[in-house]
Design a protein around this ligand. Structure first.
Ligand code: ZN
Length: 76
């Protein structure tokens, strides 16, 4: 996969583990975000685990797209 990594405003890149721990931050106001903010997980086609989630920051109402990064390299 030669997809270039783009980070637009509102995009948050974090590992799943860190997200579950609430270590991710809103891109706009830096408020901690996590499972308690009611994320909507986007399941990828053919994938077992969601790679994306969208949620709204509880403070500034920014719509955030969370990209779950692999915690370890998964090259075949
Ligand atoms: Zn915010």
């Amino acid at each position: 996969m030669g997809r270039r990594k783009r980070t637009a405003f509102g995009d948050v890149s974090v590992t799943r583990v860190a997200f579950e721990r609430g270590e991710a931050r809103c891109a706009a106001c830096r408020r901690p975000i996590g499972p308690g903010d009611g994320p909507t997980f986007v399941r990828s086609i053919g994938g077992s685990e969601p790679r994306l989630a969208t949620l709204q920051c509880g403070r500034c109402r920014a719509m955030l797209t969370v990209h779950f990064a692999d915690s370890e390299p998964a090259e075949a």
